[in-house]
Design a protein around this ligand. Structure first.
Ligand code: DC
Length: 218
């Protein structure tokens, strides 16, 4: 039986940093489900689909061939065999992913991929609906959040460190919009699973949050 740790929460809460750290400590693989939704968004954009074309998204998404590989312990998302890790971290893709991930056909397509990874491996999986939908029987469930201002500042610092020009207020606005979309959609909205442990990381360091999660593992 494989062991799974589910970490859900809003954009910019630090899920991926924490999940990677916890996975490293436990010797588990880290499954970044947001990256799969981002790869799907990239596919849709390349196919010329616009955010508001919901019906077209349902149709076109069926043609996407998204797979996952691990290279030197790092998750690599392949879109039709192409490594797209370097292309999916933009705000534009994040905004498209937030819209396209609300479409049920998109979620169905990625659900099986995520569940199979957890069946075959010990995983730390992060996303929006891992504890509620993807892995309802996960051994450990965490809902990780932080204040909107704190999340915006973290994303701003991250992008600035990469040399990307950005505007803090715009990022905060995007985060609010994304939270709204993620939390109010009909299919698998972001919410805390009843049996998830709530952690607000606004005033916590990375090691402190990781330790809190590791302490939950038996
Ligand atoms: O975590 P992220 O910013 O990389 O995720 C990008 C988008 O994908 C986000 O707006 C919501 C969506 N997503 C989702 O709906 N379900 C998941 N399990 C993971 C991400």
């Amino acid at each position: 039986m494989s062991y799974s740790i589910a970490i859900d929460g809003p954009a910019g809460a630090g899920k991926s940093t924490i999940a990677k750290k916890v996975a490293g400590e436990k010797g588990f693989i880290y499954v970044d489900t947001g990256a799969m939704y981002r790869a799907m968004a990239l596919y849709l954009m390349r196919e010329g689909v616009k955010r508001e074309q919901t019906e077209l998204i349902s149709e076109v998404c069926k043609g996407a061939k998204i797979t996952i590989e691990y290279r030197d312990g790092e998750q690599v998302v392949l879109l039709d065999g192409e490594n797209v890790n370097g292309l999916i971290r933009t705000e534009e893709i994040g905004n498209m992913a937030s819209v396209s991930s609300a479409v049920p056909a998109v979620r169905e397509k990625l659900l099986e991929l995520q569940q199979n990874l957890a069946k075959e491996n010990n995983v730390v999986m992060d996303g929006r609906d891992i504890g509620t939908k993807v892995l309802p029987d996960a051994d450990v469930k965490v809902y990780l959040t932080a204040s909107t201002q704190c999340r915006a500042k973290r994303r701003f610092d991250e992008l600035t460190a990469k040399g990307v020009q950005c505007d803090l207020q715009q990022i905060e606005q995007d985060i609010k919009e994304r939270d709204h979309l993620d939390m109010t959609r009909d299919t698998s909205p972001l919410r805390q699973a009843e049996d998830a442990v709530f952690i607000d990381s606004s005033d916590m360091g990375i090691d402190e949050v990781a330790k809190a999660i590791l302490d939950l593992c038996i």
